[in-house]
Design a protein around this ligand. Structure first.
Ligand SMILES: Nc1ncnc2c1ncn2[C@@H]1O[C@H](COP(=O)(O)OP(=O)(O)OP(=O)(O)O)[C@@H](O)[C@H]1O
Length: 588
């Protein structure tokens, strides 16, 4: 792990060398000061020569100024080194999140992932900056001060050295406990994030159910757990700092008494005594810093471990070596003996065979949970087939790069996800380099133009988080506009428009029909009336594909579809539910 951590220094070798050498030089100067005081007290003071005293003071002033400059360099450029490494790690985590597949996101909560990219990496910059140099300087100061102490007085130096094993033991023992604790704390922060995100995101549901008290209780539990974990950290810090404080003070006391005895006995000069006391101060400085060390480093290490855990999560869907970039597909789709399950032991699809010629519209109907959405999710490789293969224009989709395959597929779903920016930004998401004229045209074709014209800010109107300021129909239209702009040869429509009123639904259906014109379209149907004109209807049930054919052929066949149709026909209502009641989405 240490090797891996240090690999992050590679691009910043120059900064590291600058920071490290300035820090060492500054540490050496600190060490030199007590020895200068010894010369001052023992040699200059008895001579009572003011010229020499002032020259020595001027020399010290120059050293101080030099040291000030060194410290400024360490503070600024050293932190720059730390923050560069932290930024790089944050970038890598975010990049990695973009590569992980739907399966990963099915099993991980958003709040936990947000914490990994934010809070977990908070201390890493500090550790990256101070870690190596503090460690080196601490060791250098320890050893340097100790050696100098031996030159001043061997017995006093031996007494002082007794503190070393105590401090080493405290640092290692409490450091390990602290790291475990910080890891737990980061998990708690993740829990917090999840709770707050779900609560705030679902506030409309919380308030509609008047479940605020329930939410408060859940939050209070998380809050309490966080408090306890943090308190535990402070307990560890209290124990370690007390032990250190006591050992430092004891050493200073013993040095005071033993040093006084040696001075009175004539074995130690006054200057030697003063410089020894100063050396003890330099020697114990790293020990006094133990609290911040014990807080910062284990925190950084815990964060780094969680960071590497995320980075080591292999994306289960990635480009094969030699995968090709497909440019413009015709959209001839084939499923060959496709088998798939979300978890290893339970297959949702078995031996699914489908031929969807380019430009045709195929609709999937069937009971809720039969696997209609799943069939469609396999085409953009949101999940990978477990057996069999899917080809587009005769090429296995696993032999295409993911991004080029997905650029050829457009998805419009009932539960549209919009970003919190403007209408323009949301439409442009379909093609980021789309010119203004194409955005306006896409809005027109999705019949958003009237609404946009009526808004004072027009296309620049901010639509609120996830588009809360838009109606259901407007969101659908925006998603359709995005697809007109993207203009993919293949479309997947989760055409669940039951949430909309009759008129809006009719208009959206018209827009969807226009959108699918000339494209290979897979429709996840929730109402039979809307798919009557599909080129082919596929009935999916627990056994796989149960029936296939045109509306008329399937009605004539007298099977499942025919029964569904009769049931709906009997209802006479315009809204014609299939046996499906829940509306699956492509879970985007
Ligand atoms: N991400 C997932 N992880 C695990 N199981 C899932 C996941 N998505 C769907 N399933 C399961 O797979 C089965 C098929 O679901 P799918 O959403 O494909 O059905 P559907 O026919 O589209 O249903 P609906 O008409 O309700 O939308 C269901 O049993 C469902 O519980």
């Amino acid at each position: 792990m240490i090797k891996r951590f240090f690999s992050y220094y590679r691009p910043y070798k120059g900064l590291f060398i600058l920071d490290f050498s300035c820090a060492i030089l500054s540490g050496l100067l600190e060490l030199g000061f007590p020895m200068a005081v010894k010369v001052f007290v023992d040699e200059l003071l008895p001579g009572q020569n003011w010229t020499l005293i002032l020259i020595a003071a001027a020399g010290l002033l120059v050293i101080y100024l030099f040291n000030t400059a060194l410290m400024a360099i360490v503070t600024y450029w050293g932190h720059m080194l730390g923050i560069n490494i932290e930024t790089e790690m944050r970038r890598k985590s975010f990049d990695h999140l973009q590569k992980l597949s739907f399966r990963f996101y099915d099993n991980n909560k958003t709040g936990h992932l947000v914490a990994r990219v934010t809070k977990d990496l908070e201390e890493i910059g500090e550790v990256a900056h101070h870690g190596p140099e503090d460690l080196f300087i601490a060791v250098m100061t320890f050893i340097g001060a100790l050696l100098l102490m031996f030159t001043v007085n061997v017995n006093l130096a031996l007494i002082t050295a007794c503190v070393v094993p105590v401090v080493t033991w405290v640092t290692i023992r409490y450091g390990e406990r602290m790291e475990t604790n910080w890891r737990a704390l980061y998990r708690r922060v993740g829990d917090f994030n999840v709770r707050i995100e779900e609560n705030v995101g679902g506030m409309r549901v919380v308030q509609a159910f008047a479940n605020e008290d329930h939410e408060r209780r859940l939050f209070a539990d998380d809050n309490q757990r966080y408090r306890e974990t943090k308190l535990n950290a402070y307990r560890i810090m209290a124990a370690s700092s007390s032990l250190n404080y006591m050992s430092i003070r004891l050493i200073q006391l013993v040095v005071m008494i033993a040093g006084s005895y040696l001075v009175i006995d004539g074995q130690l000069s006054n200057g030697g005594f003063v410089s020894f006391l100063l050396l003890v101060n330099v020697f114990v400085r790293p020990i006094e810093k133990i609290n911040s060390v014990i807080e910062t480093y284990p925190k950084g290490i815990a964060g780094f471990r969680r960071y590497t855990e995320l980075l080591d999560t292999e994306p289960d869907i990635a480009d094969r070596p030699g995968a090709i970039d497909v440019k413009s597909l015709k959209g001839d789709i084939r499923y060959r003996s496709v088998g798939f399950g979300y978890s290893g032991d339970r297959l949702i699809l078995r031996d699914v065979d489908l031929d969807i010629p380019a430009g045709q519209t195929i609709a999937f109907v069937g009971p809720s949970g039969a696997g209609k959405t799943t069939i469609c999710s396999l085409l953009p490789r949101f999940y990978e087939v477990q057996s069999g293969a899917i080809t587009v224009d005769g090429v296995d989709i696993r032999d295409m790069t993911l991004s080029s395959l997905r650029s050829q597929i457009g998805i419009v779903q009932q539960d549209v996800f919009l970003f919190g920016g403007s209408i323009r930004e949301n439409i442009a998401y379909g093609r980021l380099d789309g010119p203004e004229s194409a955005i306006v045209e896409a809005a027109r074709r999705a019949r958003l133009d009237e609404m946009i014209d009526a808004l004072p800010e027009g296309l620049d109107t901010i639509i609120g988080e996830r588009g809360v300021k838009l109606s259901g129909g407007q969101k659908q239209r925006l998603a359709i506009a995005r697809m007109f702009l993207k203009n993919p040869p293949i479309l997947i429509l989760d055409e669940a428009t039951s949430a909309l009123d009759t008129e809006t639904e009719r208009e959206i259906q018209q827009s969807l029909a226009e959108l699918s014109d000339g494209r290979t379209t897979l429709v996840i149907a929730h109402r039979l009336a809307t798919i009557r004109n599909a080129d082919r209807i596929v009935v999916v049930d627990a056994t796989g594909i149960a029936e296939e054919g045109s509306h008329d052929a399937l009605v004539a066949r007298g099977g499942i579809y025919s029964r569904l149709h009769t049931a709906q026909h009997g209802e006479k209502g315009r809204k014609e539910p299939t046996s499906s009641t829940a509306h699956g989405t492509l879970s985007l």
